[in-house]
Write a new protein. Structure first.
Length: 147
């Protein structure tokens, strides 16, 4: 499968959440800035509701000892949500709202990647990114502009 097809399928999957994704020429660059092709392929079809490591191991046909470190890394990046419930950890795919408004602007991002992502998001009409007193402020915008 080509990289373009991988991202298109992933975008279709992300569009199934409550937030959805508008069709836009700027959407693909935004997704590419946040997800590697490997992550996009892995996460296509990934549950939006919490699943145990064992359930996900069956779903992904991967041994738990291989899957867990990868999921933990995705959770560290803010792409996957990890929580403890019923004496086990559960993982779910974060929707695009969370990923682009909260996780992308985490401290792990360099100033340059923040500026690039901010420009993409502003062009995408999702938010305005402003640097004030060495802190990045995110202002959601109405989706009234045409994408």
């Amino acid at each position: 499968m080509s990289e373009q097809e991988i991202y298109r399928k992933f975008i279709d999957w992300l569009g199934k959440t409550w937030w959805g994704l508008p069709d836009s020429e700027r959407l693909l660059p935004l997704i590419k800035a946040r997800y590697t092709p490997e992550e996009a392929e892995f996460l296509t079809g990934f549950p939006f509701s919490g699943r145990s490591l064992e359930e996900l191991s069956d779903f992904k046909s991967m041994p738990p000892d291989q899957l867990e470190p990868y999921l933990d890394e995705l959770a560290r990046k803010g792409i996957v949500f990890k929580r403890e419930a019923e004496n086990t950890f559960r993982y779910s795919l974060n929707d695009s709202f969370f990923v682009f408004f909260a996780a992308f602007y985490g401290r792990s991002q360099s100033r340059r990647s923040l500026e690039e992502a901010g420009e993409l998001l502003e062009n995408f009409s999702l938010c305005s990114l402003v640097c004030q007193d060495e802190a990045w402020l995110i202002y959601p915008t109405a989706r009234s502009r045409t994408c």
